[in-house]
Design a protein around this ligand. Sequence first.
Ligand SMILES: Nc1ncnc2c1ncn2[C@@H]1O[C@H](COP(=O)(O)OP(=O)(O)O)[C@@H](O)[C@H]1O
Ligand SMILES: [Mg+2]
Length: 411
Amino acid sequence: MLDDPPLIRSLRTAVAAAPADVPLRLHLAQLLLEAGRSDEAVAEAAVALQHAPGDAQARDLMARAMGTPPPSPAQPPRPQAGFDWKAAQEQVGDAVPPRFAETPVRADGQDDSAGADVWDVEGPSTVRLADVGGMQDVKDRLDAAFLTPLRNPELRKLYGKSLRGGLLLYGPPGCGKTFIARAVAGELGAAFLSVSVNDVLDMWIGNSERNMHEIFETARRQAPCVVFLDELDALGAKRSRTAHSGMRNVVNQLLSELDGIDSAANQGVFVLAATNVPWDVDNALRRPGRLDRTILVLPPDGPAREAILRYHLRDRPIENVDLSKLVKITDGLSGADLAHVCEAAAERALLDSVSTGTVRMIGMKDLLAAANDVVPSAEPWFASARNVAMFANEGGMYDDLVRYLKKRRKL
Ligand SMILES: Nc1ncnc2c1ncn2[C@@H]1O[C@H](COP(=O)(O)OP(=O)(O)O)[C@@H](O)[C@H]1O
Ligand SMILES: [Mg+2]
């Protein structure tokens, strides 16, 4: 804020540097309140409450900030008057660090720094498989198909198991493919280079082939490095993009990168790919030695849902939440759906606090109501998956899927 008095300005800077310092933030909130800027005070108090849910001073400040009459008395009195939700969100957005760090991918093609890596690589991934809740089948398969052979060169020699090619993760959206790929990088102590294939195709029309090569060159420079190709289906022959001239060249470039992955130049480069629609993936990419190992990533099971819910509730002011009950009633929801449930419950409690003027914690009734409202986002996916399982399971490619659908009586 440009028009902040000096004291408020320097406190803001201090708070930005130490976002978890509750007394400091409350000091700022107090000054804002005294300056008649109750909306901003509410926002700061809300963040303080996130860090220290039970803090009496924070609650008191919040109550006082919300009790202050709105600055524009001409407005008809509405329950939320005086609380600028949007401004509060913007402020909170500034103060709270982002909860997920996505690798930014250049999509504009305006490269200003010639010579620098165009593809941003995350340092060694800190997510490990232990951070992935539940999903024991997936972990077992990752171990057998990927991690164990990689870690045991001797065993590999004994069984003649080649390291060529990579691993394809598939399943409904929002169920943890990206998360798991990052965890695999963590297990390998490798950097993580996440690339959306759609971006590769869009970046510089006609240059997609070179982009694909550049991605692998970057990975070689950063080795050990996991190259994660998201939305692999964008390269698929069955998509409308076939019209995109040169698509074939991009596929061929990727094939030659994959075929070369076993060579000395590619030491420490690992390829993982993900798609929601494996049946649209170019068949050439799935031949032996390429992305021939597939892993189905399904909606989170009980332990996974518990881990996801715990994660999304960890910094929120909650009370008496019966997690096991919540886990039970959220069967079939994706990781993204579960995040949404927690978000919606928090919003419900916050709005309620604002309208009653009494701050209250997020309770079971907020979470149950939010869970009731959410529509499982994986359902439409299962509708198309069902057809594929019934009519296009060539060579048992989708046996895992068939087994799951049968178990859930969806087939
Ligand atoms: N088993 C799990 N344990 C913990 N978090 C999970 C798990 N599965 C999914 N998530 C979370 O769910 C969200 C969606 O997962 P994501 O990997 O983006 O899905 P996808 O790539 O399949 O669309 C992410 O926030 C992720 O952290
Ligand atoms: Mg993803």
